[in-house]
Design a protein around this ligand. Structure first.
Ligand code: T4K
Length: 401
């Protein structure tokens, strides 16, 4: 691709329609129709219906975990988890994650204590966790770790720390459904794990999620918080909610689960074509999941080093946006700079140097059902052309500001 063709320099956009980053699985219409017809025939929309029950059983088998408790979405699941675990005072969690992670704690009346992440993998950094456990001894009731980017954090080290300091440990695994560590499915670590089945995730219920645990007591507690429907045994809980998944959500999730291996295989092909296309571009590093023995290839995440690449991450995003490629700045700003946390942690940026750096450098490219391998090859060529024409692009952007 020559510089003349870049849309930011006056060429035609690569795509006619905006291309989003997400997975956006849509089942075959006939299969969807059949599933919906079943809901109509049974005249049963929600309240732990047969499709939700079927989904829970299949997830338990797939994830090799005793309990998979389906919920409305992962945000609600994380809120329910914080309540069920009886968290109080402070909980350690990374600032480099989606806002829902920390907000679930705020909803539970718990203060998030932000720790830093690893500069290469972006996963929660156990050393940073231990520093906070020591500094706030007696005030920390838990660690909410995040398994990011279809990869996993250092779970064994975190389990050691949770035991040593006597705190709860649970995982926001919104990004890591279907991944494996040492051939074992992600989902059964710590006290519990929460997955997201949002439309942009590798397993989609359009909106949805599930909480996984091997702890029977905790599972019963969670089911009672979710609502009395399908709770099995009654437990007196301080707060109940409506975290139910509907039959329509479960129908999409079951079809998505049927197609799961194909979805991941497609992701893998697209990911590898990006890997080839982006290889050797100075200042552009593709984050490759390394802690898992199997990834879901859910995300294509790039770290842009302005000094070597010649453009900032934001300038590259501008170049891609002109091509109708809706690359996203996950996660920007860092949670320590978001309302309501910014005012509570005025010194957080000094304590979170890696998070600060990543928030200015990381860019997510499209993958999933919305594109194919030839699209990802073209997108990678645009990134390469952006590098080749960095100076010209900078001048153009300066003029148009
Ligand atoms: N923990 C972590 C670590 C998370 O990343 C998330 C969510 C959660 C917890 C909470 O999970 P949920 O409560 O959502 O189950 C998106 C997703 O909404 C969110 O699920 C995800 N993480 C986050 C990283 O990304 P937004 O608001 O930045 O993007 P959104 O929904 O606007 O979609 C991205 C692009 O896809 C846009 O360009 C629009 C396009 N799109 C989206 C949908 C839903 C479509 O074209 N069609 C669609 O149907 O949050």
């Amino acid at each position: 691709m020559s510089s003349r063709e870049l849309a930011v320099l006056g060429g035609k956009s690569l795509f006619d329609q905006p291309v989003p980053v997400g997975q956006l699985y849509f089942p075959e219409w006939e299969k969807y129709e059949t599933a919906m017809r079943g809901i109509f025939d049974r005249q049963y929309y929600t309240n732990q219906g047969p499709l939700v029950c079927q989904l829970e059983t299949r997830l338990q088998e797939f994830l090799n975990v005793r309990h998979a408790i389906c919920v409305t979405n992962a945000t609600i699941g994380l809120m329910m988890a914080a309540d069920a675990l009886g968290l109080h005072d402070k909980v350690i969690t990374p600032a480099y994650t989606f806002i829902a992670t920390a907000q679930s704690l705020s909803w539970a009346g718990v203060e998030p204590l932000f720790c830093d992440v690893d500069p290469l993998t972006h996963q929660i950094e156990p050393e940073s966790v231990e520093t906070l456990l020591k500094q706030y001894a007696g005030e920390v009731s838990g660690i909410l770790a995040v398994n990011l980017w279809g990869d996993a954090c250092q779970q064994v080290k975190l389990e050691y720390l949770a035991k040593k300091y006597g705190v709860k440990l649970y995982f926001d695994s919104a990004h890591s459904f279907g991944c494996e560590i040492d051939e074992n499915p992600v989902g059964a670590a710590g006290d519990l794990e929460v997955f997201s089945f949002h439309a942009t995730k590798v397993l989609s219920a359009a909106e949805g999620g599930c909480i996984c645990t091997n702890d029977d007591e905790l599972a019963a507690h969670l089911r009672n918080i979710r609502s009395s429907y399908g709770a099995g045994s009654f437990r007196a809980v301080l707060r109940t909610s409506n975290g139910r998944m509907s039959e329509a959500q479960a129908a999409v999730a079951l079809l998505s689960l049927d197609a799961f291996q194909d979805i991941v295989a497609r992701n893998e092909r697209i990911f590898n074509s990006y890997r080839e296309g982006l290889e050797g571009i100075p200042g552009l590093r593709l984050i490759t999941p390394g802690a898992v023995s199997k990834t879901n290839y859910q995300y294509v995440v790039c770290d842009v080093d302005e000094t070597e690449f010649g453009l900032t991450r934001d300038e590259l995003q501008h170049v891609l946006s002109a091509e109708n490629v809706l690359a996203r700045r996950y996660f920007y700003p860092g949670l320590h700079r978001c309302v309501p946390y910014a005012s509570q942690f005025p010194d957080a940026s000094d304590r979170l140097p890696v998070t600060e750096r990543l928030c200015g450098r990381v860019l997510q490219l499209p993958i999933g059902q919305v594109i194919d391998e030839s699209d990802s090859r073209e997108i990678a060529m645009i990134v390469r052309a952006a590098f080749d024409n960095a100076e010209k692009i900078r001048q153009k952007l300066r003029v148009s500001v």
